[in-house]
Design a protein around this ligand. Sequence first.
Ligand code: FES
Ligand SMILES: [Fe+2]
Length: 366
Amino acid sequence: MTTETTDARTPPVAVWQVLERMSREELLAWRTAEVKGRPSAAERNLDMPYPFGWYPALLSAELAIGEVRPLRYFGTDLVIWRGEDGQVRMLDAYCRHLGAHMGHGGKVNGNNIECPFHAWQYNGEGVVEHIPYSRTIPPQVKRPCPTQWPVTEANRWIWFWYHPEGIAPLWEVEHVPEATDPAWTDYDVFEWNVWGNLQNMAENGVDAAHFKYIHGAANVPEYEFSWDHFWRSARLFVRLGTPQGEVNGEIAYKNIGPGQSYTRFTGISETLLIACITPVDKDHCVARFCFTQPKAQAAGPRAGAARAIIKDICKQFDQDKVVWDRQRYLEKPLVCAGDGPIAQFRQWYAKFYVTPGAGPAAMAAE
Ligand code: FES
Ligand SMILES: [Fe+2]
């Protein structure tokens, strides 16, 4: 609800000045363009392990039956395909015969992937089931691939399980009802490349002070956090400074492991955001924000406000991206009262690393 009519935003900071100078086209190009000449991941202290969990691979609609696509996540080239049975399967991309990348020219044969080079056929576990020109299959290729990539579908997304030591999934992907409710809109999807690290990005949600200084919230928000073994959740009560004055808003989010993030915005307009962020390399994550809103709201008299909230959330991501693209990971940050529960966040997040004594665990122990 609007309580004032004067511009209530905090004074423009440098980040806003950079972003506001861009045209719409320039902004869209900037969101995905590579930040060239950046320091190495090691120099930014990002050369740390990847956390295990379920991660988004592709929208379900991006992979039709019989379709093959190359992917790269977790510093690994991958091939993903949908078999004739409708199931999605994923393997390391490089054929164990002579090393062809099966994401480029590979095709679906039944439920298997067929390599473009000599037509060896792999099942979803990476077992070679057929070599068309050979009467025998060597015993070593009858074994599954050493790295397995469990895959599932939920919320109109394809999810895959990453674990550096090949441990089977420790929890299920949560289904959020709005994602498949016909009374809610199709996803509105926005995409970024972030030249930074997933943990730094995730820390944003507990970084209470930054909402005011980089996003222009009218206050440092009040918040309630809950922590559990594999999930964490929060409610933040924000007074948003808009050009038309201050508006009360509530943000409630739930994260399950490091790769599943569901955020509900209420106050101005009801909105669900599934933030799909997956590491590509140590200093590169791909982020796709999927928004859905009740159709009645998105097409009704409050449609303008409903659009504006999506635009504003994307703008906030743009503002954070300016920082994330160049941020170092600090194992021992200098935090102060008012910063939010950063140490508690890191303690929770450290569960998802398997390397003993890795950066975040070191701080959590203090
Ligand atoms: S390289 Fe794949 S079948 Fe030969
Ligand atoms: Fe932020």
